[in-house]
Design a protein around this ligand. Structure first.
Ligand code: F6R
Length: 266
Protein backbone atom coordinates (compact mmCIF):
# COMPACT_ATOMS: atom_id res chain seq x y z
CA UNK A 1 0.00 0.00 0.00
CA UNK A 2 1.32 3.41 -0.97
CA UNK A 3 0.46 6.68 0.81
CA UNK A 4 0.68 10.11 -0.78
CA UNK A 5 0.22 13.16 1.41
CA UNK A 6 -1.09 16.29 -0.31
CA UNK A 7 -1.00 19.78 1.12
CA UNK A 8 -4.70 20.45 0.62
CA UNK A 9 -8.02 18.98 -0.42
CA UNK A 10 -7.68 20.73 -3.81
CA UNK A 11 -4.31 19.12 -4.42
CA UNK A 12 -5.62 15.71 -3.38
CA UNK A 13 -8.54 16.08 -5.80
CA UNK A 14 -6.21 17.07 -8.65
CA UNK A 15 -3.87 14.17 -7.94
CA UNK A 16 -6.73 11.67 -7.93
CA UNK A 17 -8.24 13.12 -11.13
CA UNK A 18 -4.82 12.97 -12.77
CA UNK A 19 -4.61 9.22 -12.09
CA UNK A 20 -8.13 8.77 -13.45
CA UNK A 21 -7.26 10.76 -16.58
CA UNK A 22 -4.09 8.76 -17.18
CA UNK A 23 -5.91 5.46 -16.84
CA UNK A 24 -8.75 6.59 -19.15
CA UNK A 25 -6.16 7.58 -21.76
CA UNK A 26 -4.46 4.20 -21.42
CA UNK A 27 -7.77 2.30 -21.65
CA UNK A 28 -10.68 4.36 -23.06
CA UNK A 29 -13.20 1.60 -22.20
CA UNK A 30 -11.97 1.37 -18.61
CA UNK A 31 -14.25 -0.02 -15.88
CA UNK A 32 -14.35 2.50 -13.02
CA UNK A 33 -15.64 1.92 -9.51
CA UNK A 34 -17.07 5.15 -8.09
CA UNK A 35 -17.99 6.46 -4.65
CA UNK A 36 -20.39 9.11 -3.39
CA UNK A 37 -19.95 11.28 -0.27
CA UNK A 38 -18.20 14.61 0.09
CA UNK A 39 -14.62 13.47 -0.46
CA UNK A 40 -14.63 12.57 -4.19
CA UNK A 41 -16.62 15.67 -5.22
CA UNK A 42 -13.41 17.67 -5.85
CA UNK A 43 -12.04 14.83 -7.99
CA UNK A 44 -15.25 14.71 -10.00
CA UNK A 45 -15.12 18.51 -10.48
CA UNK A 46 -11.57 18.21 -11.80
CA UNK A 47 -12.58 15.40 -14.16
CA UNK A 48 -15.39 17.62 -15.47
CA UNK A 49 -12.83 20.39 -16.01
CA UNK A 50 -10.52 18.00 -17.89
CA UNK A 51 -13.48 16.95 -20.02
CA UNK A 52 -14.54 20.54 -20.77
CA UNK A 53 -11.12 22.08 -21.27
CA UNK A 54 -9.06 19.17 -22.58
CA UNK A 55 -11.64 16.87 -24.11
CA UNK A 56 -11.09 13.98 -21.70
CA UNK A 57 -13.37 11.40 -23.30
CA UNK A 58 -15.77 9.26 -21.26
CA UNK A 59 -17.73 7.93 -24.23
CA UNK A 60 -16.51 4.35 -23.73
CA UNK A 61 -16.08 4.45 -19.94
CA UNK A 62 -18.17 2.08 -17.83
CA UNK A 63 -18.87 2.73 -14.14
CA UNK A 64 -20.14 0.80 -11.13
CA UNK A 65 -20.98 2.63 -7.91
CA UNK A 66 -20.25 1.29 -4.46
CA UNK A 67 -23.63 1.59 -2.82
CA UNK A 68 -27.22 2.85 -2.72
CA UNK A 69 -29.93 3.31 -0.09
CA UNK A 70 -32.80 0.84 -0.01
CA UNK A 71 -36.15 2.51 -0.69
CA UNK A 72 -34.91 5.62 -2.51
CA UNK A 73 -35.88 6.02 -6.15
CA UNK A 74 -33.23 7.36 -8.56
CA UNK A 75 -35.11 10.68 -8.68
CA UNK A 76 -34.86 11.17 -4.89
CA UNK A 77 -32.33 13.98 -4.18
CA UNK A 78 -30.69 11.85 -1.46
CA UNK A 79 -30.25 8.80 -3.68
CA UNK A 80 -26.75 8.03 -4.82
CA UNK A 81 -27.94 7.83 -8.43
CA UNK A 82 -29.13 11.42 -8.16
CA UNK A 83 -25.81 12.40 -6.54
CA UNK A 84 -23.75 10.83 -9.33
CA UNK A 85 -25.87 12.37 -12.09
CA UNK A 86 -25.56 15.84 -10.55
CA UNK A 87 -21.90 15.66 -9.51
CA UNK A 88 -20.44 13.89 -12.53
CA UNK A 89 -22.46 12.04 -15.13
CA UNK A 90 -24.64 14.94 -16.35
CA UNK A 91 -21.54 17.05 -16.98
CA UNK A 92 -19.45 14.60 -19.03
CA UNK A 93 -20.00 12.59 -22.21
CA UNK A 94 -20.56 9.26 -20.48
CA UNK A 95 -23.38 7.06 -21.80
CA UNK A 96 -26.00 6.73 -19.07
CA UNK A 97 -26.46 3.06 -19.94
CA UNK A 98 -22.79 2.53 -19.06
CA UNK A 99 -23.29 3.85 -15.50
CA UNK A 100 -24.39 1.19 -13.04
CA UNK A 101 -25.80 1.91 -9.62
CA UNK A 102 -27.51 -0.66 -7.43
CA UNK A 103 -31.29 -0.18 -7.46
CA UNK A 104 -32.59 0.76 -4.03
CA UNK A 105 -36.14 0.14 -5.19
CA UNK A 106 -35.62 -3.38 -6.55
CA UNK A 107 -38.37 -5.71 -5.37
CA UNK A 108 -35.85 -8.42 -4.55
CA UNK A 109 -32.79 -6.68 -3.12
CA UNK A 110 -30.82 -9.92 -2.73
CA UNK A 111 -31.33 -10.68 -6.42
CA UNK A 112 -30.28 -7.09 -7.23
CA UNK A 113 -26.99 -7.62 -5.37
CA UNK A 114 -26.33 -10.91 -7.16
CA UNK A 115 -27.08 -9.38 -10.54
CA UNK A 116 -24.75 -6.42 -9.82
CA UNK A 117 -21.92 -8.87 -9.06
CA UNK A 118 -22.63 -10.62 -12.35
CA UNK A 119 -22.60 -7.34 -14.26
CA UNK A 120 -19.21 -6.41 -12.79
CA UNK A 121 -17.82 -9.84 -13.64
CA UNK A 122 -19.16 -9.83 -17.19
CA UNK A 123 -17.71 -6.34 -17.75
CA UNK A 124 -14.32 -7.86 -16.89
CA UNK A 125 -13.98 -6.60 -13.31
CA UNK A 126 -13.19 -3.14 -11.97
CA UNK A 127 -9.96 -1.60 -13.28
CA UNK A 128 -9.82 1.42 -10.97
CA UNK A 129 -11.86 1.83 -7.79
CA UNK A 130 -12.11 5.09 -5.83
CA UNK A 131 -13.03 4.87 -2.15
CA UNK A 132 -13.75 7.26 0.67
CA UNK A 133 -13.39 6.16 4.28
CA UNK A 134 -15.72 6.56 7.24
CA UNK A 135 -14.38 8.00 10.49
CA UNK A 136 -14.82 4.46 11.88
CA UNK A 137 -12.79 2.98 9.00
CA UNK A 138 -15.73 1.79 6.92
CA UNK A 139 -15.42 1.42 3.15
CA UNK A 140 -18.62 1.59 1.10
CA UNK A 141 -21.27 0.51 3.66
CA UNK A 142 -19.03 -2.21 5.10
CA UNK A 143 -19.06 -1.23 8.76
CA UNK A 144 -16.63 -2.51 11.43
CA UNK A 145 -16.98 -6.25 11.92
CA UNK A 146 -17.89 -6.97 8.27
CA UNK A 147 -16.26 -10.09 6.90
CA UNK A 148 -13.37 -9.42 4.52
CA UNK A 149 -14.59 -11.83 1.87
CA UNK A 150 -18.21 -10.66 1.66
CA UNK A 151 -19.76 -9.89 -1.70
CA UNK A 152 -22.38 -7.28 -2.63
CA UNK A 153 -25.04 -7.43 0.08
CA UNK A 154 -27.83 -5.69 2.00
CA UNK A 155 -26.85 -3.94 5.23
CA UNK A 156 -28.91 -2.61 8.10
CA UNK A 157 -27.66 0.91 8.74
CA UNK A 158 -26.29 1.72 12.18
CA UNK A 159 -28.63 3.81 14.33
CA UNK A 160 -26.00 6.60 14.31
CA UNK A 161 -26.01 6.65 10.48
CA UNK A 162 -29.81 6.76 10.42
CA UNK A 163 -29.78 9.69 12.84
CA UNK A 164 -27.05 11.48 10.82
CA UNK A 165 -29.17 11.15 7.68
CA UNK A 166 -32.35 12.38 9.33
CA UNK A 167 -31.51 16.03 8.59
CA UNK A 168 -31.71 15.42 4.83
CA UNK A 169 -35.29 14.15 4.93
CA UNK A 170 -38.44 16.22 5.42
CA UNK A 171 -40.50 13.07 5.86
CA UNK A 172 -39.02 10.84 8.61
CA UNK A 173 -40.65 7.76 7.05
CA UNK A 174 -38.33 8.21 4.06
CA UNK A 175 -35.10 7.97 6.08
CA UNK A 176 -33.36 4.85 4.79
CA UNK A 177 -32.73 2.02 7.27
CA UNK A 178 -30.95 -0.28 4.87
CA UNK A 179 -28.49 0.02 2.01
CA UNK A 180 -27.01 -2.14 -0.73
CA UNK A 181 -23.24 -2.22 -0.87
CA UNK A 182 -20.35 -3.83 -2.66
CA UNK A 183 -18.65 -6.24 -0.28
CA UNK A 184 -15.05 -5.96 0.85
CA UNK A 185 -14.33 -9.11 -1.17
CA UNK A 186 -15.72 -7.43 -4.30
CA UNK A 187 -13.75 -4.23 -3.66
CA UNK A 188 -10.52 -6.17 -3.10
CA UNK A 189 -10.81 -7.64 -6.61
CA UNK A 190 -10.44 -4.20 -8.23
CA UNK A 191 -7.12 -4.10 -10.08
CA UNK A 192 -6.23 -0.68 -8.67
CA UNK A 193 -7.68 1.21 -5.71
CA UNK A 194 -7.40 4.87 -4.72
CA UNK A 195 -8.65 5.74 -1.25
CA UNK A 196 -9.20 9.46 -0.62
CA UNK A 197 -9.37 11.07 2.80
CA UNK A 198 -9.44 14.67 3.89
CA UNK A 199 -9.66 16.39 7.27
CA UNK A 200 -8.89 15.71 10.93
CA UNK A 201 -12.06 13.67 11.24
CA UNK A 202 -10.44 10.93 9.15
CA UNK A 203 -6.99 11.02 10.84
CA UNK A 204 -7.59 8.21 13.31
CA UNK A 205 -9.22 5.94 10.73
CA UNK A 206 -6.28 6.51 8.37
CA UNK A 207 -3.68 5.76 11.05
CA UNK A 208 -5.53 2.60 12.07
CA UNK A 209 -5.91 1.49 8.44
CA UNK A 210 -2.31 2.14 7.41
CA UNK A 211 -0.02 1.61 10.40
CA UNK A 212 -1.88 -0.85 12.62
CA UNK A 213 -2.48 -4.57 12.12
CA UNK A 214 -5.27 -5.62 9.78
CA UNK A 215 -8.47 -6.07 11.75
CA UNK A 216 -12.18 -6.57 11.07
CA UNK A 217 -12.73 -3.62 13.42
CA UNK A 218 -11.25 -1.32 10.73
CA UNK A 219 -12.57 -2.46 7.33
CA UNK A 220 -10.15 -0.24 5.35
CA UNK A 221 -7.18 -2.01 6.97
CA UNK A 222 -7.93 -4.95 4.61
CA UNK A 223 -6.44 -2.78 1.84
CA UNK A 224 -2.96 -3.33 3.31
CA UNK A 225 -2.80 -6.63 1.44
CA UNK A 226 -4.21 -5.30 -1.83
CA UNK A 227 -1.38 -5.33 -4.40
CA UNK A 228 -2.11 -1.94 -5.98
CA UNK A 229 -3.64 0.54 -3.55
CA UNK A 230 -2.74 4.16 -2.95
CA UNK A 231 -4.11 6.33 -0.15
CA UNK A 232 -4.20 9.95 -1.33
CA UNK A 233 -4.79 12.05 1.75
CA UNK A 234 -4.35 15.61 2.91
CA UNK A 235 -2.13 16.70 5.78
CA UNK A 236 -5.00 16.78 8.26
CA UNK A 237 -6.00 13.21 7.46
CA UNK A 238 -2.29 12.25 7.73
CA UNK A 239 -1.82 13.97 11.09
CA UNK A 240 -1.85 10.77 13.20
CA UNK A 241 0.55 8.80 10.98
CA UNK A 242 3.92 8.12 12.60
CA UNK A 243 5.99 7.16 9.56
CA UNK A 244 7.21 9.44 6.78
CA UNK A 245 5.38 9.33 3.44
CA UNK A 246 6.03 11.03 0.10
CA UNK A 247 4.59 14.50 -0.13
CA UNK A 248 2.77 15.10 -3.38
CA UNK A 249 4.90 16.94 -5.96
CA UNK A 250 8.19 15.65 -4.48
CA UNK A 251 7.95 12.06 -5.52
CA UNK A 252 5.62 11.92 -8.46
CA UNK A 253 5.96 11.91 -12.17
CA UNK A 254 4.47 14.81 -14.13
CA UNK A 255 0.92 14.34 -15.35
CA UNK A 256 1.12 12.75 -18.77
CA UNK A 257 -2.46 13.64 -19.66
CA UNK A 258 -1.38 17.27 -19.83
CA UNK A 259 0.54 16.55 -23.00
CA UNK A 260 -1.70 13.82 -24.37
CA UNK A 261 -5.15 15.41 -24.16
CA UNK A 262 -5.55 18.00 -26.85
CA UNK A 263 -7.28 21.25 -25.89
CA UNK A 264 -10.81 21.27 -27.24
CA UNK A 265 -11.29 23.30 -30.38
CA UNK A 266 -14.20 25.61 -29.56
C1 F6R B 1 -19.87 6.42 -0.40
C2 F6R B 1 -19.38 5.44 0.56
C3 F6R B 1 -18.92 5.81 1.93
C4 F6R B 1 -18.10 7.10 1.96
C5 F6R B 1 -17.60 7.40 3.38
C6 F6R B 1 -16.91 8.75 3.46
O1 F6R B 1 -20.26 5.80 -1.62
O2 F6R B 1 -19.40 4.30 0.24
O3 F6R B 1 -18.17 4.75 2.47
O4 F6R B 1 -17.01 6.98 1.10
O5 F6R B 1 -18.66 7.37 4.29
O6 F6R B 1 -17.85 9.76 3.19
P1 F6R B 1 -17.40 11.28 3.01
O7 F6R B 1 -16.58 11.33 1.77
O8 F6R B 1 -18.69 12.03 2.87
O9 F6R B 1 -16.61 11.63 4.22
Amino acid sequence: MKVIVCSSYEELSKKAAEIFAQRILQKPNIILGLATGGTPVGTYKELIRLHNEHGLDFSQVVTFNLDEYVGLAPSHPQSYRYFMDKNLFDAINIKKENTHILSGTAEDVEAECASFEEKIASAGGIDLQVLGIGSNGHIAFNEPGTSRDCRTHVVNLAESTIQDNARFFDDPSEIPRQALTLGIGTIMEAREIILLASGQGKAQAIARSVERPITLAVPASALQVHPNTVFIIDQDAASQLKREYPQHSQDLEMPSYATKIQPKVL
